[in-house]
Design a protein around this ligand. Structure first.
Ligand code: FES
Ligand SMILES: [Fe+2]
Length: 372
């Protein structure tokens, strides 16, 4: 049970809030690369900030405030078919209203019709972006961005990867708590691919801090399942529903107090010498899991497991009231996550890098071979 103040501390993500200040110290996905192919420029709203994500005509990515400095028109929200979308230029994004042009740093480069342009004094807010592993990542914190750890599920190339995104109608911290709660798998996920001997027994549970955040260890007869949680809001787990199992890493990003995105990288390692027919069969099996309920949209996954997880989270309320909960031993991961969050918020306030921020270059893929 938490005090109202502590519940607020974990759940508020508006500008300046402790949780947002913490989460913005890390690279986070803002879009699946394929989304930007479908719509460029694209509106995104991490932490409720209205931003325009774009790839200019020369291929450079930009993430800038979605409000033209001239008279406030959106640079990304319009529609292509009626020519109200921002216009892509070789060196930036042009406002659809009067054509002011901004580069990827938000610098205004042109102001058509102004007899004495003053664009050098105009700069929109902007954030560093990079594209890796099928996602577009942004760093929205202060100072020099840290490293983006190349987690195996989005950084490995020896297999097939599918990137998807999902929307949750509730506060982000409920979603995080679900990720460090392996006990629910045996109950909530009945009548799914998890409904097999491996997962039926209620597990014994342990949770330990790690260099990245924490891990949970769920012990069932013949199978000890580890799940890694990486600060501020990522999880690396395995779906051992086939052999080899599917590696899954996903990142949780608040877009408001009561709405959350989850960006998923599903990776199936496949030996290069695997016969093509077998390969196709395995990929089809992975897709059958990801798009179980609707296979019409490759960017948005629709599995029964995900629907069950969502229900468990959003039916707690848009923002769960942790002043009236009743935690037990099986909530060990939830308790540890909250403790680490409070400690990391203190680190940020004291000017220290919080847990999991890496400054030295990481050359090799970060492998979680303990997760299977
Ligand atoms: S409002 Fe953007 S150029 Fe006028
Ligand atoms: Fe679940």
């Amino acid at each position: 049970m938490l005090s109202p103040e502590k519940n607020e501390l974990l759940t508020r993500v508006s500008p300046g809030s402790e949780a947002a200040e913490l989460m913005r110290r890390y690279w986070l996905p803002v879009a699946v690369s394929a989304q930007l192919e479908q719509r460029n420029p694209m509106p995104v709203t991490p932490f409720g900030e209205k931003l325009a994500l774009f790839r200019d005509a020369s291929g450079k990515l930009g993430l800038i405030a979605d409000r033209c400095a001239h008279r406030g028109t959106s640079l990304s929200a319009g529609a292509e078919n009626v020519k109200t979308a921002g216009r892509l230029a070789p060196n930036g994004l042009r406002c659809p209203y009067h054509g002011w042009l901004y580069d990827a740093t938000g610098q205004c480069l042109e102001q058509p019709g102004e007899p004495r342009p003053f664009g050098d004094k105009i700069k929109l807010a902007s954030y560093p972006v990079q594209e890796r592993g099928g996602f577009i990542w942004a760093y929205m914190g202060p100072g020099e961005p840290p490293e983006l750890p190349p987690i195996d599920a989005f950084a490995r190339e020896d297999g097939v990867r599918i990137n998807t995104v999902g929307r949750w109608p509730c506060n982000y911290f409920q979603v995080l708590e679900n990720l460090v709660d392996p006990v629910h798998v045996s109950v909530l996920h009945q009548d799914t691919d998890f409904d097999q001997a491996k997962f039926q027994a209620i597990p014994t549970l342990n949770a330990e801090p790690t260099r990245w955040g924490l891990k949970t260890i769920a012990g069932r007869p013949g199978y000890e399942r580890e799940v890694e949680f990486l600060f501020p809001s990522a999880v690396r787990l395995a779906l051992p529903i086939m052999d080899p199992g599917i590696m899954l890493a996903f990142w949780i990003v608040p877009v408001s107090q009561t709405e959350t995105l989850s960006f998923h990288a599903w990776f199936l390692p496949l030996p290069a010498d695997m016969p093509a027919a077998e390969r196709e069969k395995k990929v089809a099996r992975m897709k059958a899991f990801i798009y179980e309920l609707d296979d019409s949209d490759p960017i948005h996954h629709a599995s029964k497991v995900n629907v069950q997880d969502k229900f468990a989270c959003y039916s707690q309320g848009e923002v769960a009231d942790r002043t009236v909960e009743t935690l037990g031993r099986t909530d060990m991961g939830v308790n540890l996550l909250r403790r680490l969050y409070f400690a990391a918020m203190e680190d940020v306030k004291a000017g220290r890098d919080p847990i999991g921020v890496v400054r030295e270059p990481i050359g090799d893929v970060v492998r979680f071979d303990n997760v299977f």
